[in-house]
Design a protein around this ligand. Structure first.
Ligand code: ADP
Length: 256
């Protein structure tokens, strides 16, 4: 049986100058296609707002405008994935979920049955927050929390966060010249979750703290998490396809 994995890609990775970045998306889809041959893959994708912004430029500081742009952008985002996946003979499916769906056993069960059937048929489920009815990830998170819940409730062994940063460092590398990457992390200290940190990108709302919260949630449930660059996929390709851990940060409760 194939191991199940969740891959989450942030807005920053998927966009460039207020629009979807076709080249990075193509590289991502090629990588996902390779992963799908070895694993059962679920994708959590942000970037609906930026995809909508290239169609209708509303003031993105207003939440209701971001919700409207997500509604405009979501079908374009899925169409872009579908078109690229077609080149590799793969098909995409869309699931719009909210954290409330995971609070209801019945709704989680229905979503899981859908996911299981899609994966049995080698389809790529692409999850995003339903931004019209929920604003949690739109306000704070950029799908980091949603992807952690998806990993747990849909029985994945690992969550891969593809970010604008290639791992978790002892200090923010964009603000400090001398930083060291943490290759393996076994637990998250409380103080690490209290850092006042914002996303480095105007369309994204994550930052490192939402990723550490996701890691903390998963470590407590014995599920691994890996932060790697979504700009250059060589580290995550090495880890997932060749079992080489050269770059990126692995969060794991297991001792080797
Ligand atoms: P994404 O759009 O991929 O979700 P974000 O831009 O929201 O990513 O968050 C990642 C950013 O967090 C990095 O670009 C980096 O500037 C910042 N950051 C702050 N502290 C750290 C740290 N200790 N290690 C890595 N990144 C950090």
């Amino acid at each position: 049986m194939k191991k199940r994995i969740v891959v989450k890609v942030g807005t920053h990775v998927l966009s460039e100058q207020n629009r979807l970045c076709k080249e990075r998306m193509m590289n991502l889809v090629e990588f996902l296609s390779k992963l799908m041959d070895k694993y059962e893959v679920i994708l959590v994708s942000s970037a609906a707002v930026v995809a909508g912004y290239s169609k209708l430029k509303l003031d993105k500081n207003q939440l209701h405008n971001r919700q409207a742009m997500a509604a405009i952008g979501q079908p374009h985002l899925i169409a872009a994935y579908s078109k690229k996946l077609e080149k590799f003979g793969k098909i995409a499916a869309q699931l719009l979920l909210t954290s409330d769906d995971f609070d209801s056993r019945k709704r989680t069960h229905h979503a899981k049955c859908t996911i299981n059937t899609l994966l049995e048929n080698n389809i790529l489920p692409i999850i995003n927050e339903n931004d019209a009815t929920a604003t949690e990830e739109l306000v704070f998170g950029d799908n980091d929390q949603l992807s952690a819940r998806a990993a747990y409730y849909f029985d994945a062994g690992i969550l891969i966060l593809l970010s604008d940063i290639d791992g978790y460092y002892d200090k923010d590398p964009k603000k400090n010249p001398n930083t060291t990457i943490k290759k393996i992390v076994h637990n998250i200290e409380k103080c690490e979750l209290n850092v006042d940190e914002e996303s480095s990108y105007e369309f994204a709302t994550g930052g490192i703290v939402t990723k550490l919260k996701a890691a903390d949630y998963l470590l407590k449930r014995d599920i691994d998490m890996f932060i790697a660059s979504g700009f250059d996929l060589k580290d995550i390709e090495g880890y997932m396809l060749r079992n080489e851990h050269l770059g990126g940060t692995l969060f794991t409760s297991k001792d080797f």
